[in-house]
Design a protein around this ligand. Sequence first.
Ligand code: ATP
Length: 263
Amino acid sequence: MTPLEVEDLSVRRANGHELLRGLSFTLASGERLGLVGESGSGKSLTALAVMGLLPAGMTAHGSVLLGGTQVVGAPSRRLDGVRGRAASVVFQEPLAALDPLMRVGRQVAGPIRRRRGLRGRPLRAAVMAALSEVRLPERVASAYPHEISGGQRQRVAIAMALACEPDLLIADEPTTALDVTVQAEVLALLDRLVAGRGMALLLIGHDLAVVADVADRVVVLKDGSMVESGRTRDIVREPRHAYTRSLVDSAWALEAELDRLAP
Ligand SMILES: Nc1ncnc2c1ncn2[C@@H]1O[C@H](COP(=O)(O)OP(=O)(O)OP(=O)(O)O)[C@@H](O)[C@H]1O
């Protein structure tokens, strides 16, 4: 089963204004696709439309097949069984995914219980294993989200998303809210965990250098439309569109600056 097939996807506001236009791409099993573009280009709306989670007042048109289920126009009840199993999301701000009043261990236990039907001691063991996989110490289980660091919170959010054992993981700017030193660690962790499970990954970001490190193919979005797509190395070496070229140039400029600072 193909994890994700998006065909001519558009998103409109109630007043008819189009925020996304005619977007098409496919993600095969185990494939890594990057979705890049500047702020406001429609990256997050794409993720929300794929999951059937658009804000009230916005409608999707076209086709989104998530693990073979049509998301566009589907009633929320039908999608409850698809979300988590077919795809999970890690958002930019981990606090958004976590309940501030619940200890971390209980939160991680939620999706494991639902997905694998575990209870009692086996459930506790599975929670500890899930935390250890994202390199978190056991004591994090009894902490509240505000008692751990931003990087640790994002690891918890990743553990929860992976606990559902989805065929596709959508990571929407998963490291943007983190300190630079923590960003690389979390990205490497995500990379390793997704590869180990053979999951497909849709990695969303504004920084081409970060996305290119992980993604096999890239889709470039500008003002709600796809301007270019192709294999990452082709796009980085020979961008066809002027906008993509500007993203590549700024990625190279940053690289050169880092080389100059730390040769
Ligand atoms: N809840 C909303 N209500 C109205 N307009 C919205 C809403 N969310 C997003 N938009 C608009 O849709 C467009 C695309 O937004 P989106 O959040 O997808 O961009 P993005 O590429 O993810 O940007 P960023 O990198 O800043 O997250 C923007 O013009 C934005 O103003």
